[in-house]
Design a protein around this ligand. Structure first.
Ligand SMILES: [Zn+2]
Length: 727
């Protein structure tokens, strides 16, 4: 069961206990943008930006914030109506009441109330008192700007670094005094905190004492530190704060435990013990960078369906289990090795995502040697290891380990579980191996040049290419998630994927890769053909013969041979247009007729074939061996087409396209075979090409190629392979 598996994982990643501290009251890896420095009497010292800038690809500015560990978390789950602060580490709403929503004041007040509570609990703690003073002065508008300390420090440390000089010691002392006096005058200024949503160019939105700070929105978080702690946040420097927050957390959680009804507590769904059920369940740090409820009942949304609060059988989980579940989920979402996010596309600036992303988390019960996150990105080493381990056999103790996968998306801050499955490592590794093996092109990608196809590249060949290479791709979720689940769990490919592939081949005008226009999409993209073959093979029934990588002249489907016919007609035009002897020219047959021929062969192919006869007649005069090869092929193909099909279903159209692709590839493979064979005869065949020659020899035999033609046929090179597309 999903909750049990998550709980187990949560227990596994639980940090070692610390005396008196509830570890779940603090979060790790938190992004905090600002540090607010105050002094011991609660005066303002400085506001420091924690962002680190660096230049990313395309000279894009990337700002990251060194993550902070052990930051107070909000105690209970609900913050949607303000309040419930992350103590001394929250956003502008809580610090200064600045908010885009109406809860600014409420959140501000709740923060102050806790600061007061903290100071009252620890009357001897100077930090607790400083925090309280700061808030008291803030409410009264009495916070003074206390910038003198740092300025004097700086001047002093500057002089300390200078070589000692008896003569000017006095002068130095005087400078320090002047600096002190200057800032003493400044000290009388009470700070004003203002929010300017439309600042002048170059100025920030947050204004403190006429100085503007580049805060982008009111949700940016600020941690508090004391001047004496040398920029260490209070929640790290002050042990009492950690105790205080733990206690608060414990109390709030105790309130969430539902008192037992007359018959005693129901057993917890996770651990089976009769413990009080927790309500509300609690939130985790979220799928879209905001807190999200995992389990939710008794909320108004449910009551609108006519349920009354407490009536729906709740997922009765005890407090301890619910905390472990959330801890486990948060930990899984943090790592790319255990989670994968599928977006429809990047929203425009200022817009939210219209279709929420689907997020998968996947994990094994005990750690294994495989990084499944890396197989998603088709990392070469990981894929190799997967293929090898299937070849060698996976050790039983690893093979039997449980593998869990959970797919979720978010809707109004609630988690929707879209998918959940449990299997074992053996199944998953075997599925992945079969996936990558099925996508592999034996001829083009043999040996050291093998590069596995990633999910992104496969998704890319099913949709329209963006106009600019830098624009975002948009994938319908059923395609990306469908392919992901097929690969990991061996699920069938969703039928719309086949339709999308066929549509792309029909719509794209260009048939082959054009080095002049290397960004343009083309019908026969290797990844598209590989995915088409895989999709068709996985749609087959048990008694059907799956498609091989290369041409199969014995296939029964007439549409396969119709596709081949189109490819031969295309080749005939190419060769009859040859500008210089022995070099093929251009052909427009496939560009023009692929779309119509793959939907209604009956009304298109006879015309194409008739035109082809003209090209063949020209070829007979100019290049007899090529003419002969084509005639033999046409005889063979036409003998297999009893009558042209009237219309083709998407699956049949896919077979048609594959037939076209195989027949077209045939010409290049035969030519390549001739080249390697010649090298073998001359004794100049490189070792690394021997396996390729073996594969080609097998291919030529299966394709019933008449080897006596070989000597006279002109060379025909496959179009130059395009550079890998950006991922
Ligand atoms: Zn439990």
């Amino acid at each position: 069961m999903i909750l049990q598996a998550l709980k187990e994982y949560g227990d596994y990643v639980k940090p070692p206990p610390v005396e008196g501290i509830a570890s779940d009251a603090f979060a790790d890896g938190v992004r905090i943008q600002w540090l607010l420095e105050i002094n011991a009497v609660g005066n303002f010292h400085d506001l420091l930006y924690r962002g680190v800038e660096r230049l990313g690809p395309k000279k894009k500015k990337i700002i990251s914030f060194p993550a902070l560990d052990k930051v107070p978390k909000n105690v209970t789950s609900d913050r949607s109506h303000g309040g419930n602060p992350q103590f001394l580490a929250d956003n502008l709403e809580y610090w200064f009441g600045i908010s885009a929503k109406k809860f600014g004041q409420k959140s501000f007040d709740s923060h102050i109330a806790i600061a007061k509570d903290f100071a009252d609990s620890f009357p001897d703690d100077e930090r607790a008192q400083a925090v309280k003073k700061f808030f008291e002065k803030l409410v009264a508008g009495q916070v003074l700007a206390q910038r003198r300390g740092r300025a004097v420090d700086r001047v002093q440390s500057f002089f300390a670094k200078q070589p000692p000089n008896e003569v000017i010691v006095d002068r130095r002392q005087r400078v320090i005094r002047q600096v002190e006096q200057y800032f003493d005058k400044q000290l009388t200024d009470k700070i004003q905190v203002a929010w300017n949503p439309k600042p002048a160019r170059g100025a920030g939105k947050l204004v403190i004492m006429a100085r503007s700070f580049p805060v982008k929105n009111a949700k940016e978080r600020i941690a508090l530190c004391l001047q004496q702690d040398n920029l260490k946040p209070v929640f790290h420097a002050c042990e009492n704060l950690r105790l205080f927050w733990s206690e608060k957390y414990r109390k709030a959680n105790a309130e969430r435990e539902k008192p037992a009804k007359a018959g005693g507590n129901p057993p917890c769904l996770c651990c089976g013990q009769a413990k009080p059920a927790v309500e509300p369940f609690g939130t985790f740090s979220g799928l879209a960078d905001q807190a999200t409820s995992l389990v939710f009942t008794g909320k108004p949304a449910y009551q609108s369906y006519g349920f009354k609060k407490g009536e729906i059988p709740n997922a009765a989980v005890c407090l301890e289990c619910s905390q472990a579940v959330i801890r486990g989920l948060e930990s899984l979402l943090k790592s790319r090795s255990t989670s994968k996010k599928f977006h429809l596309g990047r929203p425009r600036p200022g817009e939210g995502e219209k279709i929420p992303p689907v997020i998968f988390v996947f994990w094994t019960r005990q750690p294994t040697e495989f990084d499944f996150g890396k197989t998603v990105e088709a990392d070469l080493e990981t894929v190799k290891r997967i293929l090898e381990s299937v070849h060698k056999g996976i050790p039983r103790e690893i093979a039997e380990k449980q593998f869990y996968i959970l797919g979720m998306s978010e809707s109004y801050r609630r988690t929707m579980v879209r998918y959940w499955s449990e299997t074992n490592v053996k199944e998953v590794v075997e599925n992945l191996a079969a996936w990558f093996e099925d996508l592999r092109d034996r001829f083009a990608e043999y040996g050291p040049n093998y590069k596995p196809l990633s999910f992104i590249r496969l998704c890319q060949v099913t949709v329209r290419q963006p106009n600019q290479p830098t624009d975002e791709w948009k994938f319908p979720p059923f395609i990306s998630t469908g392919l992901f689940l097929s690969a990991l769990l061996g699920k069938p490919i969703p039928p719309p994927v086949l339709q999308a592939l066929v549509n792309r081949v029909r719509i794209v005008t260009q048939t082959e890769f054009d080095p002049q226009n290397s960004n343009a999409d083309y019908k026969l993209k290797p990844a598209r053909m590989a995915l088409l073959r895989l999709t068709l093979n996985r749609l087959m029934k048990n008694n059907e013969q799956p498609f091989d990588v290369g041409l199969d002249v014995d296939r029964r489907e007439p549409e396969y041979h119709c596709g081949r016919l189109l490819a031969v007609c295309d080749a005939a035009m190419r060769w009859s247009n040859s500008s210089e002897r022995g070099k093929p020219g251009k052909s427009t047959v496939a560009d023009r007729y692929m779309g119509s021929a793959s939907s209604a062969p009956c009304s298109v192919l006879p015309v194409v074939y008739r035109n082809c006869r003209h090209h063949l007649n020209k070829l007979k005069r100019d290049l007899p061996p090529k003419f002969l090869q084509m005639e033999i092929l046409l005889d063979e193909i036409l003998s297999k087409i009893k009558s042209y099909p009237v219309t083709l279903t998407p699956k049949e159209a896919g077979v048609f396209i594959l037939g076209f692709h195989h027949q077209r590839q045939y010409f290049f493979l035969v030519s390549r075979y001739a080249k390697l064979k010649k090298q073998l005869k001359e004794g100049s065949l490189p070792d690394e090409n021997k396996t390729e020659l073996e594969a080609l020899e097998d291919f030529v035999k299966r394709a019933r190629f008449d080897a006596s033609l070989l000597a006279d046929l002109p060379d025909e090179e496959a179009p130059e392979a395009p550079a890998a597309e950006p991922e």
